[in-house]
Design a protein around this ligand. Structure first.
Ligand code: A2H
Length: 253
């Protein structure tokens, strides 16, 4: 990682249906506001292939008023950054409406912007860091080794992870083609490095590096408005389109 700030895209994913535990914790505390889970990504061009979203079960999240009509679910740390960047208003001020642990958010159904599967579930991931991004991670198993391996783990042991198998039933979607790995870059790299579980963090870091470089420098879009274009060309275009559509914003840290 370099020195200056990281320019993420904050993806807004509106809640379609809360899990029963979240519903109970929230009650009428958000007023009439629409609530969005906000994920920080470096790869907005992969949003077509989102199959679920991840939270950390032991991370503490909040729902913060963004304005009169909307509220964002993320960590307190991220909400503070957003307030200082003028993303949530008034600038510099945060109003936490609800505090909620990640464990209660699992099982919530959300709208996934631009995704071929328009609604997906919130699932648990061991390796979500509370200290990075918003603490919410979009899952794109076709192009992210971490996301793919976590999905495999969840499907193997749904009871252990406290999820219903149907929540993890959406298969990876081909989004980007690369010359070396084909239409499923992340699964191919995970296989090549013989990764067995999301606990193999060292190999996953290596896989992430390989998949990221291959996708960025050699990838071609297979779907969406910029189909046929290189990832390098399409990435800022998808980002700008999502921002223009009110489905994302620039978020730095
Ligand atoms: B990326 P960097 Cl398809 N904890 O988005 C763990 N991981 C987090 C996180 C957190 N709190 N917040 C964001 N991330 C993930 C898509 C993606 C990402 C693909 C491929 C690679 C990839 C879909 N998941 O990242 O440490 C998010 O996953 C590999 C670089 O700031 C975010 O982008 O470099 C990325 O890590 C940011 O990682």
């Amino acid at each position: 990682e370099g020195f200056g700030p990281t320019e993420y895209t904050g993806i807004k994913m509106e809640v379609a249906e809360w899990s029963p535990a979240a519903k109970e914790a929230i009650g009428d505390k958000v007023g009439g506001r629409k609530v969005f889970l906000v994920a920080a990504t470096l790869r907005p061009e992969t949003m077509y292939g989102q199959t679920n979203t991840f939270v950390g079960t032991s991370i503490k999240y909040g729902i913060f008023a963004a304005n009169d009509k909307e509220a964002y679910l993320c960590t307190l740390r991220a909400a503070r950054n957003m307030a200082f960047q003028g993303i949530i208003t008034p600038r510099g001020h945060i109003e936490q409406l609800v505090e909620i642990p990640g464990s209660k958010i699992v099982g919530t159904r959300i709208n996934a912007p631009y995704a071929i599967n328009p609604q997906v579930y919130v699932l648990p991931m061991d390796n979500v860091l509370a200290t990075k991004g918003t603490g919410v991670v979009t899952s794109v198993p076709s192009d992210s080794p971490d996301d793919f391996q976590t999905l495999v783990d969840l499907r193997k042991k749904p009871e252990f992870y406290g999820i219903q198998p149907s929540w993890a039933a959406i298969d990876p979607v081909p989004v980007i083609s690369t010359p070396t790995y084909g239409e499923m870059t992340a699964p191919a790299v995970v296989k090549q490095l013989k990764i067995q579980s999301q606990k193999d963090t060292k190999q996953l870091a290596e896989a992430k590096e390989i998949a990221y470089k291959e996708g960025f420098y050699n990838g071609t879009m297979l779907v969406g408005e910029f189909k046929g274009q290189s990832v390098q060309e399409a990435k800022p275009k998808v980002r700008d389109a999502m921002i223009k559509d009110g489905l994302a914003f620039a978020y730095a840290e």
